[in-house]
Structures are given as structure tokens and as C-alpha cells.
Design a protein around this ligand. Structure first.
Ligand code: GUN
Length: 301
């Protein structure tokens, strides 16, 4: 083939680039299988199954789905799943008393309080009440502090899952510039800490960021975690970027969509996560992984 034709073909493929899909659903399924085997080994060695208490206060529709999925995954890998559903009018004191009991309960290795909590409950106070050894969400100030100090203990699940997915794409972290859109305690902030720990140059954009497009355009790794579609536009994305869409939004017809328009972003990116089937299943797999880790550490001590 002549060199001119080859050059034309490569130009054509560059202009019609279509990203590879980062399959979080399949990756999480493989991880769950491994966790199930390790759980069986723990039990065969005479240990009780890892126990995870998942607390839901109120009846937020999205939270109910997330919690159901977490409990189901937990039971499937052989953990002891403790489901605690409390009415929306539950007081902060009742919740704090329950957490104090679960902190003392030998059969419980992990405690998760689904967020958001009703407005009359101080989420920061509740998270701080969980003993750090059972904080499988990795949100306790102690565990966040360890991540800040480059000595991670239990790590926040969504960023941990995203790091695992990025590693599968064989990205060169040290030569990458990451842009995170969204600065929440659950995703954006711990995501920045994880990427920093891996040697990535990181920028975090938030509601006060001016000229978001210019930041997004510099991203080799783009993580969007806003929870609203349309704020990041596909044409801003740097060609060849790895794009991680954390958003889970619902169309009028009930179908799910991310924060980024998938079909157009796919033409710009080299790798991209779909919604559903991208980050969501990885968050749950990492919750299970944290629970097994917490169980292992508690049984050793
Ligand atoms: N709400 C949305 N994501 C999460 C999560 O990872 N953990 C908890 N506890 N609540 C959430």
C-alpha cells in the first residue's frame, strides 16, 4: 500500500475515532467471583462470614435501588448482609445509637449509611460515629486523612473502582493530566487524592470554575461526577482522552443516562465508560472488597 494511501487511511480513522468501552459490569463480575472464592476460603478456615450492615433512612427512590443492589451483591458473594431500613423521621440520636451498637457488634465488619440522609440529620456527624475499622465507605475523617497522607486504609469505593478501571486501560499515570468535574466528598475530592497518589497531575473543577471548557480540553483523563447531564459537552473533550462518567441520571422514559452524551463523547475519547454498566457496578465491587479487607484486619487483630 502506498504511503500516501496509508497516511490518508490513518487520518480518516483518527477523524472517525471511536473509543473502546471500559466494561465496568464485566470487570465487577470478575472481581465478585474472586471475592466469593476468598470468602469461601475464609469460612473454610473457621472464620464467620464477613458481615455488612447497610442502613437506609427514608425512601429516596434512587437510594432504595442502590441499597438493594448493594445488599444483593453482598449476599451473592457469601457475606452476612444486615439490612436496616429506618423511617424518614428517624432522629439523629436514634441513628447514632444504632451505629454505636453496630460498632460493638462482633458479627458486623462493615457499616454503610446510604447518603444523602434526610435534612434533619447531620451526615458528617453520622459518618464520624462509625468506627474507622468498619467504615467500608472510606468516608470517615480518619480514612480520608490516611489517603491524604499517602497511607491509604479503607478507601472510598467509587474512586477506588475508577482507579481499577483506568489501570485496565494501561494509562501512563505519570504523564497524564486529569480533570475532575465535581468536588463532592463521595467522588470528586477522594478521586483527586487517588489520582494524585498514582502520580497524575490533577485539576478539580466545581461550581465556581470559570471556563470549564478550557479545563476539560486539557484532560487526558476526564472524570465527570456532577449528577446532571449536559454540563460537560462532548466537543470539549481532548481527542484520545480516557473518559469516566460517574453520573447516573434518569430520562423521562425511565432509562438511565450519564452526565456526558455517550454517542458523541465516544467519537472523541480513546476509552469511555458507559452508563449503565461503567462505574456503578465497580462501586459495589469495591464496597465488597473493602468489607472483606475490614473483616480480614479485624480477625487478625
Ligand atoms: N450515595 C451515593 N453514593 C454513595 C456511596 O458510595 N456510599 C454511600 N454511603 N452513599 C452513597
Amino acid at each position: 500500500m502506498g504511503s500516501i494511501i496509508r497516511a490518508l487511511l490513518s487520518l480518516l480513522s483518527a477523524t472517525q475515532m471511536s473509543a473502546q468501552i471500559i466494561d465496568g459490569k464485566a470487570t465487577a463480575a470478575t472481581l465478585r467471583k474472586d471475592l466469593a472464592i476468598r470468602t469461601q476460603q475464609l469460612i473454610a478456615a473457621g472464620s464467620p462470614p464477613p458481615g455488612l450492615a447497610v442502613i437506609l433512612v427514608g425512601s429516596d427512590a434512587a437510594s432504595e435501588i442502590y441499597v438493594r443492589n448493594k445488599r444483593k451483591a453482598c449476599a451473592e458473594v457469601g457475606f452476612n448482609s444486615r439490612a436496616i431500613d429506618l423511617p424518614v423521621e428517624t432522629t439523629e440520636n436514634t441513628l447514632l445509637t444504632l451505629i454505636a451498637e453496630l460498632n460493638q457488634d462482633e458479627s458486623v465488619d462493615g457499616i454503610l449509611v446510604q447518603l444523602p440522609l434526610p435534612d434533619h440529620i447531620d451526615a458528617a456527624k453520622v459518618i464520624s460515629a462509625i468506627t474507622p475499622e468498619k467504615d467500608v465507605d472510606g468516608f470517615h475523617p480518619h480514612n480520608i486523612g490516611l489517603l491524604v497522607q499517602r497511607q491509604p486504609g479503607l478507601r472510598p469505593c467509587t474512586p477506588k473502582g475508577i482507579m481499577y478501571l483506568l489501570e485496565q486501560t494501561e494509562v501512563d499515570f505519570h504523564r497524564s493530566h486529569a480533570v475532575i468535574v465535581g468536588a463532592s466528598n463521595i467522588v470528586g475530592r477522594p478521586m483527586a487524592l487517588e489520582l494524585l497518589l498514582a502520580g497524575v497531575t490533577v485539576a478539580v473543577c466545581h461550581r465556581f470554575t470559570e471556563d470549564l471548557a478550557s479545563h476539560v480540553a486539557r484532560a487526558d483523563i476526564l472524570v465527570v461526577a456532577i449528577g446532571k447531564p449536559g454540563i460537560v459537552q462532548s466537543q470539549w473533550i481532548k481527542p484520545g482522552a480516557r473518559v469516566i462518567d460517574v453520573g447516573v441520571n434518569r430520562n423521562d422514559d425511565g432509562t438511565l443516562l450519564g452526565d456526558i452524551e455517550f454517542a458523541t463523547a465516544k467519537q472523541q475519547a480513546s476509552w469511555i465508560t458507559p452508563v449503565p454498566g461503567g462505574v456503578g457496578p465497580m462501586t459495589i465491587a469495591m464496597l465488597l472488597s473493602n468489607t472483606l479487607e475490614a473483616a480480614g484486619l479485624r480477625r487478625k487483630s
